[in-house]
Design a binder for this molecule. Structure first.
Ligand SMILES: Nc1ncnc2c1ncn2[C@@H]1O[C@H](COP(=O)(O)OP(=O)(O)OP(=O)(O)O)[C@@H](O)[C@H]1O
Ligand SMILES: [Mg+2]
Length: 223
């Protein structure tokens, strides 16, 4: 049974699509069956999959879904055919964002170390809390993206994001050009430049996701 990870944050430009496709490429490289759900009308994830196919790179099965994806007969009918399902949620479309979170086993909220992102997170955390209350085995965490060691905010990024009330993932992603370049090539940093800093970050992030998935599997086995 596939595990559903939603990249969900109401703020635009925090890296939802970048991280969704980067981790899709890494899961594929690890031999996992990956379904990429493009829930953003901008269709960024879809475009990346097309670029991957055009470049002869491994590409996940990719489908477009909207505000009803959490309802019976929608995403749940596909999940069994995959190991991992990654949902790229849109910014500022509350209904779709909510649906993505409700459809997910794990919600990841990317945030950059900026005041605006921290304030915007409060809304998403509210949605995540409500989803968590009605779903068993639901996990949510903040992912720090676009770190810049020169920024003062960076020094205490974990502390300030952690105050928002959700766990912060160990892996943090830096602001690096490899994230932009690899997407254009229909790849992710860990397949495009495995020895680069970005490549190692994505690999470590997917290790962490696999840990979260294992946790859920052991809970399912006990239940
Ligand atoms: N770690 C990073 N290093 C460098 N550039 C990054 C990084 N993460 C994201 N970007 C760049 O930031 C921009 C926004 O990223 P992305 O489109 O993934 O965000 P998003 O949250 O999906 O945005 P939207 O809310 O509009 O869908 C893109 O140009 C992307 O290449
Ligand atoms: Mg996006």
């Amino acid at each position: 049974m596939g595990h559903v990870i939603a990249f969900a944050s109401p703020k635009g430009g925090v890296g939802k699509s970048t991280v969704a496709v980067a981790t899709a490429a890494e899961f594929l490289a690890r031999g996992r069956r990956v379904l990429l759900v493009d829930a953003d009308p901008q269709r960024s994830a879809y475009a990346w999959s097309e670029a991957a196919r055009a470049a002869g790179m491994p590409a996940p099965t990719t489908v477009a879904m909207g505000a009803t994806m959490h309802q019976p007969g929608e995403l749940d009918t596909l999940v069994g055919q995959f190991d991992v399902v990654l949902i790229d949620a849109p910014p500022s479309q509350a209904e779709i964002l909510r649906s993505a979170i409700l459809a997910a086993d794990i919600a990841i909220l990317p945030a950059t170390p900026s005041g605006f992102d921290l304030w915007a997170l409060a809304d998403a955390i509210d949605v995540v809390r409500r989803a968590g209350a009605i779903k068993s085995q639901f996990q949510a965490a903040i992912l720090v993206n676009r770190r810049d060691p020169r920024s003062k905010l960076d020094a205490n990024v974990r502390g300030s994001l952690g105050e928002a009330g959700l766990p912060v993932l160990e892996t943090m992603l830096s602001n690096l050009v490899a994230y932009r370049e690899s997407v254009l090539m229909g790849q992710g940093p860990s397949t495009y430049a495995p020895d680069s800093k970005a490549g190692r970050e994505v690999s470590s992030l997917v290790d962490e996701f696999e840990g979260l998935i294992e946790n859920q599997e052991s809970v399912r086995a006990i239940a």
